[in-house]
Design a protein around this ligand. Structure first.
Ligand code: SF4
Ligand code: SF4
Length: 483
């Protein structure tokens, strides 16, 4: 199938059924033109990386090397400490530094270790690339796929960084029939997934075939927003030989790529309030995760590098870059020509779900999908004013929460009341804050409310432990309902 034929077929499918979507949501400016045409470049290898030992959902990894050990690129340096944890590997060759700490973009301090390259060590990723005809997916058993993914330290690259091997483990009590690859990339500004679909479509499809096999599903879907016709065409060509795989065009709307928006749009299923996609027979992976999954299984590549978008009006040379995990934010920015004179705000991630940061030494982690730099004039429009009770935040929340009431409870430190109002169901998509005419940073109230609830739970657990057994431990902040 040619690209034109695939594009025509995508258009035809839009005309026949119309693209699927979810209810509510918002339409922020896409701002993707800054980098959409920028092919992925490899960042020159840094002299030093700082690798966090907790850059995934779950328990931190435990260091398995000592200070002054020499390590090779891709060598495992930390072991997972439980099922919901992930191995960590050296992203450059060099000497291991002492155990230290670093701060993640969300402000949490975690253990970390540095690696410093000697002159002879300074090499980049250089794996042999099997050709598509060498992608012998049928040679692998489900348990071999899961083991290879676990060994590679693979986590979700869309942002949540949940350990991928856990999602792939088949469970007869919860059969999976569909694997959805999320290629929506609905977050404004970011284009790393888009470039990956254009530049490595065979790897993405190989990853989907492997995920379908590992989970025992009978079909795989690649969901892409309809503002990316070239990616739809590229994926249709790559998937053309596999009748159990299908490319789906979805409406361009934020947060189309969130799991709770994606499932209704893609397969017409609703995730229960305290549930996960697996509770309705679905596993969702990001397209970047799928490509990394294929590389982990087919060439034994650990997750040492990832593609990020460096973008925004405040960066001199916006780009898509392949970077080693642990490289400092400063190094990434310098490589993109540095900040413009009117740069005012640096966000790890995109403008809707990212975290504002000020420390340029922060390392890139497995979950970093991009860096967005805004200018003074863009930031000045964000000054908070009083609530005018317009209910726009309520009308646009994809989870049907009442953000203004929850924020009010959080402002008063009434965290338990905020919990009763559904705070824990908030997916922190930022739609409410975006639509609010008073520029109230509602999503920040959601985040601080969740932190307040966690503190209450921790102190309740402590009291329960001190006063004897019996009180059930809460699982807030992990995976509700996962068994
Ligand atoms: S309350 Fe949460 S889920 Fe609802 S719009 Fe705001 S950030 Fe998104
Ligand atoms: S959108 Fe903003 S101003 Fe309107 S009700 Fe919600 S918080 Fe208040």
């Amino acid at each position: 199938m040619t690209a034109n034929a695939a594009s025509t077929s995508a258009t035809a499918s839009l005309k026949q059924k119309g693209p699927g979507t979810f209810r509510r949501g918002v339409h922020p400016p896409e701002n993707k033109a800054l980098t959409a045409d920028k092919a992925v470049k490899v960042l020159p290898n840094p002299v030093k990386v700082l690798i966090a030992l907790l850059q995934h959902t779950g328990r931190p990894a435990e260091l398995s090397v000592k200070p002054r050990d020499s390590v090779e690129l891709g060598q495992k340096i930390a072991e997972p400490t439980g099922l919901i944890s992930a191995a960590i590997h050296a992203s450059i060759a060099g000497k291991v530094g002492p155990l230290t700490t670093t701060v993640l973009p969300n402000g949490v301090r975690v253990p970390a270790v540095s690696i410093t390259a000697g002159e002879a060590d300074n090499q980049g990723p250089n794996w042999p690339s099997p050709k598509p005809e060498q992608f012998k997916v049928e040679n692998f058993l489900p348990e071999q796929i899961v083991a290879a993914v676990q060994e590679a330290g693979l986590v979700g690259l869309g942002g949540a960084a949940f350990p991928t091997h856990v999602k792939l483990m088949a469970n007869p009590e919860r059969p999976i029939d569909t694997v959805i690859l999320n290629g929506c990339e609905c977050e404004p500004y970011l284009t790393s997934d888009y470039r990956l679909m254009l530049e490595e479509p065979q790897w993405v499809v190989a990853g989907l075939r492997l995920a379908v096999k590992a989970t025992g599903a009978n079909r795989g879907l690649i969901a892409i927003e309809d503002n990316k016709p070239q990616a739809i065409a590229a994926m249709q060509i790559a998937a053309a030989d596999y009748p159990h795989l299908q490319v789906q065009s979805l409406q361009t709307k934020y947060p189309q790529g969130g799991e709770r928006s994606l499932l209704p749009a893609s397969v017409g299923r609703v995730i229960p309030t305290k549930g996960l996609p697996l509770h309705v027979g679905v596993v969702v992976l990001n397209v970047g995760t799928a490509a990394a999954l294929a590389k982990a299984v087919l060439r034994g590549a650990a997750l040492t590098h990832r593609v990020i978008t460096v973008t925004g009006e405040g960066i001199s040379e916006p780009a898509n870059l392949l970077v080693p995990i642990g490289v400092a934010l400063k190094e990434v920015l310098i490589n993109c020509g540095g900040l413009t004179e009117d740069a005012a705000k640096i966000i790890m991630g995109g403008t809707m779900m990212g975290n504002t940061v000020s420390d340029l030494e922060l390392p890139i982690t497995k979950g970093t999908s991009g860096v967005t730099v805004l200018t003074k004039s863009q930031v000045q429009t964000e000054i908070e004013r009083p609530c005018v009770r317009c209910a726009k935040c309520v009308d646009h929340c994809p989870i049907r929460l009442n953000p203004t009431s929850i924020a009010q409870a959080v402002k008063l430190d009434e965290f338990e009341l905020a919990g009763e109002l559904g705070l824990q169901a908030c997916v922190e998509c930022g739609s409410c804050a975006y639509i609010c005419p008073s520029r109230i940073p509602l999503v920040q109230y959601m985040r601080s409310g969740k932190a307040g609830l966690r503190k209450i739970e921790q102190s309740n657990s402590q009291i329960a432990v001190e006063s004897g057994p019996k009180a059930p431990m809460s699982c807030h902040g992990t995976m509700p309902g996962l068994k």
